[in-house]
Design a binder for this molecule. Structure first.
Ligand code: ZN
Length: 682
């Protein structure tokens, strides 16, 4: 399971960064942070950011080497995800790459700019369908212009199949690129139609949904307590009238790319941190060589056991969101290493879980007598590949197989250098300035916003969800459709209540409670106003986290009216919300936490419904329109992706003596280079 930015339970992002692995100037960390250009490109609804890899330079050589090899393996699967997304994607991408390299004609032509935007979108989505909506996006240049580009590109190779001419290629691609009705949707969710034949994703060919269902019904063993992940690593086709699976492996489908992945994994196994990690990597290799899903189970079991290694990775056919049938894994890889400082921060909070529980403002009957914080780790992403590049999750919880999670556990990670990059990029966007009432708020957000956001997330995840208990005979299902927003509100209120506690300074999580103010500012602003940027005009709030935030902000706003705790102010025709008394606001958070905990512990459905419906669902139409207007003037792209760092081994006498990291800022260059150096499929 992955958490995407904006969809995640983890919803505030950032980190306390002390030194950076990219462009690092240790003596002047602040100056370095200011110089670093986080956003390097923006087009269509996308922006391209960079991320830093703090701490890389200080890793021992063997771990740098391990990251380098695993990073190479991560890049070798780029063609796989491109092909999985749609069967003509590789031909399209190779054609676009050839034009970008070979066309030396008039590049001031407005059509050229449109061509480049289209190409960059194809790179971003690993194909011609939008990475998020999965709709096919269309070029804004003409088919004739496209034909001209192909013909006037010199000294480059187009992906021609035998006997094919350039004219044939142009004629072949024309409807695929320009006809909106051809393969319009990558993943169809319309269950009134055949999900398989109406999805352009390349997991099935020549088969219907019913045939796929019957096939898997015939091979699945329903009584197996330790089942394999059926269909995870294969394409289903028809051969001689029979439905069969073509398995992805070093001897099957995607052979040339998987062989390269295995090549680098073998090198990685040679510098593994421990015997266990070596076995993890070797098991993965065995799985790639055979395609045997039993081996993938064994690999996952070993992988969850390996909690002590500093360096870790994901590499394989993992998430099934792109399959309308929810079986086929999209290839992805993330190479990372543990952020020791931030993980310590999480552990400090978890170690004090009982203190927090005992001091919470909830009724003693609803408190947990023995509370254990949920532990996870904070990681630094070092390389993104496949489905995780350029668009990447901010949190991951794997493996996905339920029985393995139950029996052997799972790993939950937060990619903090990624959320930090998001945060830093948004600082320069004008968003805070637009919706903050005073310069003081803006400055406070700059200074403490990241840190406070992280602690908020930790408190929410590590303590909030793990706190409290249900009365005997009560189950969480009793709140039915209001369970999720109430649960999210409960975890959030737990965090908000404690952020303003002296304990935060006592545990050295905050240097001062000014940091908490920054988070209060953001939560009130967001719950009352800015999260409306994600709601269509005329719609109400549906998503559970958004309902929770609206509920909290509207409730404390209303209850604080007699004492003017939060003031609504109008300046130059714009609306702002200003907190007048942070301590009183904290008390209100505590009151609401007590009530939400009561609702949860007693399973009080009516009270849950009334609270959510009264404060968490409805949208003030006038304010909504105002917020949308102000937001659109900022010209912000809603989706982001990342350029990877480059790793260069320093070799002396045939041995690697160091690995250098650099953070390139040219998106086009990186994509063209990957297209050349990591392209193994046709
Ligand atoms: Zn949550």
């Amino acid at each position: 399971m992955k958490m995407k930015k904006f969809l995640a339970c983890v919803w505030v992002f950032s980190l306390l960064i002390l030194a950076t692995g990219c462009k690092k100037t240790r003596t002047q960390p602040e100056a370095a942070a200011q110089e670093f250009k986080w956003q390097v490109d923006q087009f269509a609804d996308l922006r391209i950011l960079r991320y830093q890899v703090p701490g890389f330079d200080n890793l021992p050589l063997s771990q740098k080497e391990l990251i380098y090899y695993l990073g190479q393996a991560a890049l070798c699967g780029r063609d796989i995800i491109t092909d999985q997304n749609y069967k003509h994607n590789l031909t399209i991408r190779q054609t676009l790459d050839a034009i970008v390299e070979g066309y030396k004609g008039d590049q001031t032509d407005p059509q050229w700019e449109k061509f480049m935007i289209y190409t960059k979108r194809v790179w971003f989505s690993n194909g011609i369908h939008h990475h998020y909506s999965t709709d096919k996006f269309l070029p804004e240049f003409t088919p004739d212009y496209f034909a001209r580009l192909v013909k006037e590109s010199d000294g480059v190779q187009f992906p021609l199949v035998e006997g094919q001419t350039l004219d044939d290629l142009i004629a072949f691609l024309r409807p695929i690129l320009f006809d909106p009705s051809v393969d319009a949707k990558k993943v169809s969710q319309d269950s009134t139609k055949d999900l398989v034949t109406n999805s352009a994703v390349n997991f099935y060919e020549g088969v219907t949904q019913a045939e796929v269902e019957n096939y898997y019904k015939s091979i699945m063993d329903k009584n197996d307590p330790t089942p394999i992940s059926y269909g995870l690593n294969s394409k289903v086709i028809k051969k001689g009238g029979k439905v069969v699976e073509e398995v992805y492996s070093a001897n099957g489908l995607f052979k040339p790319a998987i062989e390269r992945i295995v090549f680098w994994l073998e090198k990685a196994a040679g510098v593994a941190e421990s015997d266990l990690q070596k076995r993890v990597i070797e098991k993965l290799i065995e799985y790639y060589q055979t395609g045997d899903l039993e081996k993938f189970n064994e690999y996952n079991i070993l992988w969850v056991r390996d909690v002590n290694s500093r360096v870790d990775f994901i590499n394989g056919f993992i998430e099934v969101y792109s399959d309308p049938m929810g079986m086929k894994g999209s290839w992805e890889s993330i190479v990372n290493f543990k952020d020791l400082e931030a993980t310590k921060r999480m552990e400090t909070i978890a170690a004090n879980a009982q203190w927090f529980e005992d001091h919470s403002p909830t009724d003693p009957r609803f408190k947990r007598k023995e509370v254990k914080g949920v532990t996870g780790k904070v990681i630094t992403a070092a390389m993104l590949g496949g489905d995780a590049y350029p668009s990447t999750p901010i949190g991951i919880n794997l493996p996905n197989a339920n029985w393995i999670r139950r029996t052997h556990g799972s790993k939950s990670v937060t990619l903090e250098n990624i959320t930090y990059a998001y945060d830093q990029a948004s600082l320069g966007s004008g968003f805070n300035e637009e919706f903050s009432y005073s310069q003081e708020e803006v400055d406070r957000a700059k200074k403490y916003g990241s840190l406070a956001g992280n602690i908020h997330t930790d408190l929410h995840e590590v303590l909030g969800h793990a706190s409290g208990q249900l009365l005997p005979g009560v189950s969480s299902e009793m709140l039915r459709n209001y369970h999720s927003p109430i649960e999210e509100a409960r975890a959030d209120l737990f965090a908000l209540y404690y952020l303003m506690d002296d304990k935060m300074v006592g545990l050295r999580l905050f240097p001062t409670l000014e940091a908490a103010k920054a988070d209060y500012d953001r939560n009130i602003r967001n719950g009352l106003m800015t999260q409306l940027t994600r709601i269509q005009p005329g719609k109400t709030i549906e998503q559970a986290h958004m309902r929770a935030r609206a509920l909290i902000a509207h409730w404390v706003y209303e209850k604080g009216q007699p004492e003017n705790v939060i003031a609504k102010k109008i300046k130059d025709g714009k609306t702002y919300f200003v907190i007048n008394d942070y301590q009183k606001l904290r008390r209100l958070f505590g009151e609401l936490l007590a009530e939400v905990q009561r609702i949860t512990s007693e399973g009080d459905y009516e009270a849950a419904r009334d609270l959510v419906e009264a404060y968490g669902v409805q949208v003030d139409r006038e304010l909504h329109q105002e917020v949308l207007d102000r937001y659109s003037k900022l010209n912000l792209a809603p989706y982001s992706g990342f350029i990877n760092p480059d790793y260069t081994p320093v070799i002396e006498n045939g041995r690697i003596i160091d690995v250098k990291i650099s953070c390139p800022d040219d998106y086009v260059k990186q994509m063209l280079r990957y297209g050349k150096e990591y392209s193994f499929l046709k």
